[in-house]
Every structure is written in structure tokens, then in C-alpha cells.
Design a protein around this ligand. Structure first.
Ligand code: SF4
Length: 234
């Protein structure tokens, strides 16, 4: 498999934080089928960064056998890459556990990859995904399919909701709760206005929620799921 059809453009060699219960390495895949204006990985999404050879990653993992236990596939959006299931197969042959971070718009790829842990981002109501740069009109179908996979994986999956006032607000939050109903774990994260993002003019107009509003949102979503947690504080 050549690195040109894989799309790895970033690599964090070790993390204790990104794969629950697992010491992992993170691979970042180029490109995305969304253009969230608040995206913190604009270079990974938009630029043609140099590709990293998978063989280099394999050599690293072989040398760290017994220390690194898993690999996080992140991005960008890893699931737009047709070579992803083959990468997962290669990693599992190395006895690596695999976590997939995805926006959930390509559920068929989740099914093909069969990750050991799945983190699915929900960014808005499906009907608002075009405002996030999604070019198709099937967000509702695709997200429902992906959320069914999350539900079927129980504690081995989570939904992450970045709470951006332009997309997640008191008018939409009950419907978001209904969308994720039955999921075991939901994490809410406040929008971070400090990093370089895809659209700096959007972020300048963005007023993040205060703690009180985040707790209110957590209470509402928490009615629909087993566990709802605010990441980075409560
Ligand atoms: S935030 Fe995620 S889904 Fe949105 S553009 Fe960035 S990588 Fe894609």
C-alpha cells in the first residue's frame, strides 16, 4: 500500500488522553467532507501537506510493542479515505486496538473498519449541515445510521458535541437530545476561540457559552442519554 492513497499527514506518537484506557498513537488524515468554520485543523483539512508513510508508523509500532496499545484514526476526516479499512486490517494484525474519530457522514466506512472504539461528532441538527459545508442532502440518513452503530457499541463508543452557539442553542438542543437518544456516553465541549480556525470572521462573532449555559445544555441532553459530561470541566 503506497502512502499516496492513504492520506496520513500528521502523527502524534503518544497520547494517554485520546483513547479511553489505552496508550495510543494518533494519525491525522487529510481532507474533510465538512468545512466547520470553527475547525481547529485547517491545515489538515485544506492544505496539501506532505504524506507520512504508513511503513514508518508500522516500524514505530513494532519497536514500541507492548508500550503503545492502540491507534487513533483522526483528522480531518479519516473515513473519507477508501484505504482506511486496509489500514485498520494492517494495524489489527499488529495487535493494535483501533479508535476511529469521525463526523459520521460515511457510516459505511465505520461498518467496514469495525473500530474497537468509536468517537462520533455531532455538530448541529442534520438539516443545518449544509451550513457546515456539507455538499449533499443526506446528513439525516447518514448520521442516524452512524448513531445506530454508536448505540450498538455501548460503552465502546461516544458522541462528542461541540457546542457552538450558531449551531447548538436553546432552540435546537431538545432536538439534538432526541437525535442522540439512547447513546451511552455524550461529551459536550465548548467552542475554543483561541486557535487558528477555518473561518476567523466566524469565530470573531462567536460568543462561547458560560458555565451556567453549558450546565443547562448538559441537563437537557442528559435526559436522553445514559451519561452526559462537559469535557474540560463541569
Ligand atoms: S471540525 Fe472536523 S468535521 Fe469539521 S471541518 Fe474540521 S475536521 Fe472536518
Amino acid at each position: 500500500m503506497s502512502s499516496s492513497n492513504i492520506g496520513i499527514v500528521g502523527w502524534q506518537k503518544c497520547t494517554l488522553l485520546d483513547f479511553p484506557g489505552t496508550i495510543a498513537t494518533i494519525l491525522f488524515f487529510k481532507g474533510c467532507n465538512l468545512r466547520c468554520p470553527y475547525c481547529h485543523n485547517p491545515d489538515v483539512v485544506l492544505k496539501n501537506l506532505p504524506l507520512i508513510d504508513l511503513q514508518e508508523v508500522i516500524t514505530f509500532l513494532n519497536k514500541r510493542s507492548g508500550k503503545i496499545e492502540g491507534v487513533v484514526l483522526s483528522g480531518g476526516e479519516p473515513a473519507i479515505h477508501t484505504g482506511l479499512p486496509e489500514i485498520v486490517r494492517v494495524l489489527k494484525n499488529l495487535s493494535m486496538k483501533v479508535k476511529l474519530d469521525t463526523n459520521g457522514l460515511t457510516p459505511g466506512m465505520i461498518t467496514l473498519c469495525k473500530p474497537d472504539y468509536l468517537a462520533l461528532d455531532i455538530k448541529a441538527l442534520p438539516k443545518h449541515y449544509n451550513a457546515l459545508g456539507y455538499a449533499k442532502n443526506d446528513a439525516e440518513i447518514k448520521l442516524k445510521e452512524s448513531l445506530d452503530v454508536v448505540r450498538s457499541m455501548g460503552n465502546q463508543a461516544e458522541v462528542r458535541i461541540t457546542v457552538v452557539p450558531q449551531f447548538i442553542n436553546m432552540e435546537t438542543i431538545e432536538e439534538i437530545g432526541t437525535l442522540v437518544q439512547g447513546v451511552k456516553k455524550v461529551f459536550l465541549q465548548n467552542v475554543n476561540v483561541a486557535h487558528p480556525v477555518i473561518d476567523s470572521s466566524f469565530i470573531k462573532k462567536c460568543l462561547p457559552y458560560n458555565n451556567e449555559a453549558m450546565i443547562k445544555i448538559k441537563e437537557i441532553v442528559g435526559r436522553y442519554v445514559n451519561e452526559c459530561t462537559i469535557r474540560g470541566g463541569d
